[in-house]
Design a protein around this ligand. Structure first.
Ligand SMILES: NC(=O)c1ccc[n+]([C@@H]2O[C@H](COP(=O)([O-])OP(=O)(O)OC[C@H]3O[C@@H](n4cnc5c(N)ncnc54)[C@H](OP(=O)(O)O)[C@@H]3O)[C@@H](O)[C@H]2O)c1
Length: 304
């Protein structure tokens, strides 16, 4: 490695994962963080110009259209951000000989399985968000010879909006002394994953990619917590762990099936990702979802 600091261009720096990356990456080099207001990735020429101006060694694309239900009706914007923009970043990375780190989703897989999904399992998205992310994965893989695509799942953090924060808010809102009933889907299984963990693991992988300078490690990797649970099981853990700490009232969790929950987009029943390839390549240990969730809840409590 030479003495020049690594130049890292980070898009989506205000998002759940991007915000964590912007902090975790501090010791790794010069980080140029771009939010949507600083660089609109739907503007192709502006995107190309920003990359050329910054001259990154690594581009980390943490920007995405993540509103799964709205994606069904906002297809143009969704595809622009999740499929077209990653392709443009890939072309620019290739032009500079830079690495492109990109994020994708468990929702590229669909249907059922009796084991965690492997990276080379056939994708079969059941919603438009998944379709658009898959198109992005393919664009990155085909156009950037040095790329890492991290497929993750059920992301939460102590900021922005996510399932964990929604549950905490619901559990805390009083219902005039009556027992509060919260209905949560119990037939979708996955691994809730803390954005902090994704950022830390990404930093390990980036360092490894730069140091080995081996484009042969390019590919798709799963990056998610260990273990698995249903949304309702995740809600139960959030409730039990935070109940005493937050002085929550009386809450009853009611497991329901997906067909009883009105949502704009279908979701896969089985979203569990095998992280063996990531562990074998980068030595990243997948923290158990429950342990990570408790750490994140602790952090949220500290701030209150
Ligand atoms: N959230 C999940 O449950 C989940 C699950 C699996 C995979 N993933 C994947 O993980 C990655 C990170 O997700 P996340 O949850 O951190 O996303 P997020 O919190 O929704 O953040 C998305 C980021 O994209 C930026 N963005 C939106 N429109 C943009 C535009 N036109 N130009 C430039 N930037 C724009 C947003 O900017 P502003 O800050 O200005 O709004 C925001 O910083 C994504 O690739 C996502 O598909 C997420």
């Amino acid at each position: 490695m030479n003495d020049r600091p690594m130049r890292i261009m980070l898009t989506g720096s205000g998002g759940q994962v991007g915000w964590e990356l912007n902090r975790v990456l501090l010791p790794y080099g010069i980080v140029g963080g771009y939010g949507a207001s600083g660089l609109d990735l739907l503007d192709g020429p502006a995107t190309r110009e920003a990359v050329r101006r910054f001259r990154p060694d690594v581009i980390i694309n943490a920007a995405a259209y993540t509103a799964v239900d709205k994606a069904e009706t906002e297809r143009i914007v969704c595809r622009g951000l999740n499929a077209v923009a990653p392709g443009i970043l890939a072309e620019e990375a290739e032009r500079l000989g830079a690495w492109l780190i990109h994020y994708s989703t468990d929702y590229v897989y669909g249907g059922k399985n009796d084991r965690p999904w492997l990276e080379d399992d056939e994708p079969n998205p059941v919603n438009y968000y998944g379709e658009s992310k898959l198109e992005g994965d393919i664009a990155v893989s085909e156009r950037a010879s040095k790329h890492l695509v991290f497929r993750t799942s059920w992301v939460y953090s102590s900021r922005r909006s996510n399932f964990l924060l929604t549950m905490l808010r619901l559990f805390a809102s009083s219902e005039g002394g009556r027992k509060k009933a919260v209905r949560v889907v119990d037939d979708q299984i996955g691994a809730p994953t803390w954005a902090r963990f994704i950022a830390q693991a990404t930093a390990i992988a980036v360092k490894s990619a730069i140091e080995t300078a081996d484009a042969g490690i390019s590919g798709v990797y799963h990056l998610a917590s260990g273990g698995f649970v249903s949304w309702c099981g995740f809600a139960r853990e959030i409730l039990e762990y935070s109940r005493a700490r937050m002085g929550l009232g009386d809450v009853e969790l009611i497991p329901i099936s997906s067909k009883d929950y009105a949502s704009g987009a279908a979701r896969p029943a089985w979203s569990v990702l095998s992280t063996e390839k990531t562990r074998g390549t980068f030595g990243v240990h997948a923290i158990h979802w429950q342990e990570a969730a408790r750490l994140c809840i602790d952090e949220i409590m500290e701030r209150r």
